[in-house]
Ligand binder design. Structure first.
Ligand SMILES: [Zn+2]
Length: 91
């Protein structure tokens, strides 16, 4: 009976050691895979959304793509902060 109990205790110890080893390896794996994934992700925008800022070529102000005034010049889309800047670029 004592032999059986000591074997049971050994089994429990072996299992807990194995479990902590698996947890350690999982953490290592997360560091290797997850760490690289976070580095590959582009930095978040200032307002936390997907807003992309475009520079106004006239006054140099950065304007969000959705709200900017667009004009296509030589096949390139230019973004302006106001009608005033857009008209000034024309001249
Ligand atoms: Zn402007």
């Amino acid at each position: 009976m004592f032999v059986f109990l000591s074997r049971l205790v050994m089994l429990v110890i072996a299992l807990s050691v194995l479990r902590s080893a698996v947890a350690f390896l999982q953490g290592l794996w997360m560091d290797l895979t997850g760490g690289k994934a976070t580095q590959r992700r582009p930095p978040p925008a200032a307002n936390g959304g997907t807003t992309v800022l475009q520079q106004d070529p006239v006054c140099g102000t950065y304007v969000p793509t959705e709200t900017s005034l667009k004009r296509i010049v030589d096949g390139k889309v230019l973004h302006f902060c106001s009608n005033d800047c857009r008209d000034r670029y024309k001249a």
